[in-house]
Design a protein around this ligand. Structure first.
Ligand code: ADP
Length: 650
């Protein structure tokens, strides 16, 4: 039988009453009491503030004090022991006062021998038990909440400065201020990013340790899931010159039920490791499913890298464990990835295993259980979005391309992409190297892809020089600056097109393909006319027009004629563009500009720039004398149409 034990404090200055109470308590069946007896206020408070008793039986008259005095003093000392007050005779007012002051009950000593006393004790004990359990869970909650708060706080505290470090480093790298420090800034950026990954890993690990990691299972469509992963991994693989391959069993479930974010994290981690620890060959992902054993699906990540010695296999799954190898010191990582992956997979009711041979490569397998009730129909896995396959789908281009970038990573990256498009690739690390390469008699580049922010000579200075040298093939600018007006400014300097960073492979392909095509047409027509290509100068037009719709229309019309054009929308912006660049073969000047007259603008341009042909665009006829006076070659009457432009540039 369940025996309840409790520690009881009796505060009673009359020994007879104490003995009576004690006798009564001992008579209570299924209870065992440990009794402490005190006879004065100080001893009572001493005991009460220790909070070690389940109940206190308090005599209402304790020397000079009332029970309510004692109760209030005890509460002030932080006691929460339930107090049952005992008094000589029944008194409704006292009863009310005592309960109001926080007493658990109020009994007349004469009642001690009857059921009322027993009930009061039992009730107080139950209440004490409930209160104890509540306190315990409250404390646990406070403790765990403060741990959570600490982790959340730590994460916030570390993330905030990291955000600034990463953000400003990127800003500096992409802005004019990087100059000679871009290598150092890239190092800061890499390390900052590494720190952020580490922080994420540590947070994951602490969530796992606290049992706080909540998985959010959902239906995962394998086609797009695998496609997205391969698309993401294509770039790091090709940066290291590795093939990223994909294999699948003939039939696999159309979807599986697991936490997509976490499963993706695991597979990406394995693929990243594969790439990190492989210098030659390939890394592959395989989705392995056997219809004869439909209770499992396996994701295998294989590499042809450095491999792992048999004796070390267990070690790599322990947090912060990395295999000592001086050759790997260059690799980043904290040895947390596999520990987290193992735990995540375990939580998904799966396992990670590895087979590896030192020097030959490794095969990591994530095996997940597929509950019968959640099985989906089988189908062939059709991963369309794999980047490696997409590259092969690019129609192959021919031509020789010069890639100019001071950052070897970016240079190699763009180089890899261009090679994948079928192009012959050469490199230069800054503007002056690019000029040297272009000037080489045999160089014969069909196209140049040039970064803007470079040490020694940046892209802006380089393009002006390149155009002055008479190089008239397409030059594409690479820039991360996406501020308004940068495109316009770069085109006005002589770039044919501007490609934003981070570089989108498809955009790069399309841009190169378009420009190589248009160059070919020019060349064909030049050869047809039997002219030396060097003597041909592509028209490059500046359209000075404040009405943006009208200006854009003229640009569109010119582009339809294969002519590159840029817009200046005021007198002053025209002057500053022309001062920066002597690249405009023609300048179309609107006669009425908000900040000046097109005719006097023509005179001003003529004072420092005689290379460009000036054409005035006006709503009224302008006499030949006027044209001559202002140094203007011809006039176009508004509204401008294609025919007028064809006549002008034909
Ligand atoms: P990290 O890669 O961040 O160091 P991991 O937990 O992912 O941490 O891996 C732990 C260690 O296991 C690595 O440092 C490496 O020594 C070894 N390892 C993991 N994957 C491979 C692999 N594909 N080939 C060779 N060694 C590996």
């Amino acid at each position: 039988m369940d025996v309840k034990s409790a520690r009881i404090l009796i505060v009673e200055d009359d020994e007879d009453d104490y003995i009576l109470t004690q006798d009564q308590l001992e008579k209570l069946d299924r209870h065992h009491f440990e009794i402490d007896w005190v006879t004065n206020l100080n001893d009572a408070l001493d005991q009460l503030q220790k909070n070690v008793h389940e109940i206190c039986l308090l005599d209402y008259h304790l020397g000079a004090y009332t029970g309510i005095d004692v109760l209030e003093k005890a509460q002030a000392l932080g006691s929460h022991v339930p107090i049952i007050m005992l008094t000589g005779q029944s008194d409704d007012d006292l009863d009310r006062l005592a309960l109001k002051a926080g007493a658990a009950d109020f009994l007349v000593k004469g009642d001690i021998t009857n059921a009322r006393f027993t009930r009061a004790i039992r009730y107080a004990i139950s209440r004490a038990e409930i209160e104890k359990a509540r306190q315990q869970s409250l404390n646990a909650e406070i403790e765990s909440r403060s741990k959570d708060r600490f982790i959340a706080h730590l994460s916030h505290e570390l993330r905030t400065p990291l955000t600034s470090i990463l953000g400003y480093t990127e800003l500096l790298l992409n802005g004019d201020k990087a100059n000679d420090a871009s290598k150092e800034l890239s190092t800061i950026l890499n390390n900052g990013q590494h720190l952020l990954n580490l922080l994420n890993d540590i947070l994951d690990l602490s969530k796992i340790a606290a049992g706080k990691l909540q998985l959010k299972p959902a239906n995962i469509k394998l086609n797009s899931f695998v496609g997205d992963i391969l698309t993401l991994m294509q770039m790091p693989a090709s940066e290291k010159g590795l093939a990223l391959k994909f294999y699948a069993s003939a039939l696999v479930p159309e979807s599986i039920y697991a936490d997509p974010t976490r499963l993706r994290q695991v597979i990406i981690n394995l693929l990243f490791n594969g790439i990190k620890f492989t210098d030659f060959g390939e890394v592959s992902l395989c989705v392995d499913f056997d219809p004869a054993q439909p209770e499992h699906i396996r994701f295998k990540v294989c590499d042809t890298g450095i491999g792992i010695a048999e004796s070390q296999i267990d070690v790599i799954f322990i947090p912060f464990q990395q295999l000592e190898d001086v050759t790997l010191k260059k690799e980043q990582g904290a040895g947390l990835g596999l520990a987290i992956a193992t735990e995540l997979v375990r939580r998904m009711d799966g396992v990670i295993s590895v087979e590896s041979k030192l020097g030959e490569g490794s095969e990591f397998t994530v095996s997940l259980k597929l509950p019968i009730e959640l099985r989906s129909p089988l189908e062939p896995l059709d991963v369309k979005v794999s980047d490696s396959q997409r590259i092969e789908k690019y129609p192959q281009l021919t031509g020789k391309v010069l890639i100019v970038d001071d950052l070897s990573d970016i240079r190699q990256l763009v180089g890899e992409m261009c090679r994948a498009f079928g192009l012959d690739v050469r490199f230069a690390a800054d503007g002056s190297q690019a000029i040297k390469a272009i000037e080489e008699p045999e160089s014969d580049f069909d196209l140049v892809v040039m970064d803007i922010h470079m040490p020694v000579m940046d892209g802006r200075k380089a393009i002006v020089k390149i155009r002055e040298l008479g190089y008239c093939k397409p030059v594409l600018a690479l820039t991360a600056a996406n501020m308004k007006g940068v495109d316009l400014e770069l085109k006005s300097l002589g770039f044919d097109s501007v490609i934003g960073k981070p570089i989108d492979r498809n955009v790069l392909f399309q841009s190169i393909a378009d420009h190589l095509k248009s160059t070919k047409t020019d060349w064909e027509s030049e050869n047809h006319q039997n002219k030396a290509p060097e003597n041909i100068q592509q028209p490059r037009v500046l359209v000075v027009e404040d009405d943006i719709d009208a200006a854009e229309l003229i640009v569109l019309l010119l582009e339809s004629l294969g002519i590159t054009a840029v817009i200046a929308n005021s007198y002053q912006s025209c002057l500053s563009l022309v001062r920066q660049s002597k690249q405009f073969t023609h300048i179309l000047l609107d006669k009425n500009l908000p900040d000046g007259n097109g005719l006097s603008l023509a005179t001003e341009i003529g004072q420092f720039q005689s290379n460009s042909e000036l054409i005035i665009v006006s709503g009224e006829e302008i006499t030949n004398d006027e044209l001559k006076h202002y140094g203007i070659k011809s006039a176009l009457l508004k509204p401008i149409n294609l025919q007028q432009l064809q006549n002008l540039f034909g």
